[in-house]
Design a protein around this ligand. Structure first.
Ligand SMILES: [Ca+2]
Ligand SMILES: [Ca+2]
Length: 96
């Protein structure tokens, strides 16, 4: 049996850690790491990943515990939000 969702979950964790481990806290994304993740992984979804102000704003919105970094839980809030937006897009686009 293919377990696509399980693979996706593993993929979220792998992608997060491949960026969060580059500097500072291994389990949190710094501003620079977040920028790399956005430009490397989500530039099709988030148009202004190259704008430092926009990245800072995304960081601030995601950083709910306000420690200046984005941990996995905070990162998943972004993924959840983007997934919901995508799903609405597909529904509205009349995907059958
Ligand atoms: Ca880090
Ligand atoms: Ca945080």
């Amino acid at each position: 049996m293919p377990r696509k969702l399980q693979d996706c979950i593993q993929e979220f964790i792998t992608v997060f850690h491949s960026y969060s481990g580059k500097e500072g806290d291994k389990y949190k994304l710094s501003n620079a790491e977040m920028k790399k993740l956005l430009t490397g992984e989500l530039s099709d979804f988030i148009a202004d990943t190259k704008d430092p102000k926009a990245v800072k704003e995304i960081m601030t919105n995601l950083d709910t515990n306000q420690d200046g970094e984005v941990d996995f839980e905070e990162f998943m809030a972004l993924i959840a939000a983007l997934t919901i937006i995508c799903s609405e897009f597909f529904v509205e686009g009349g995907l059958k």
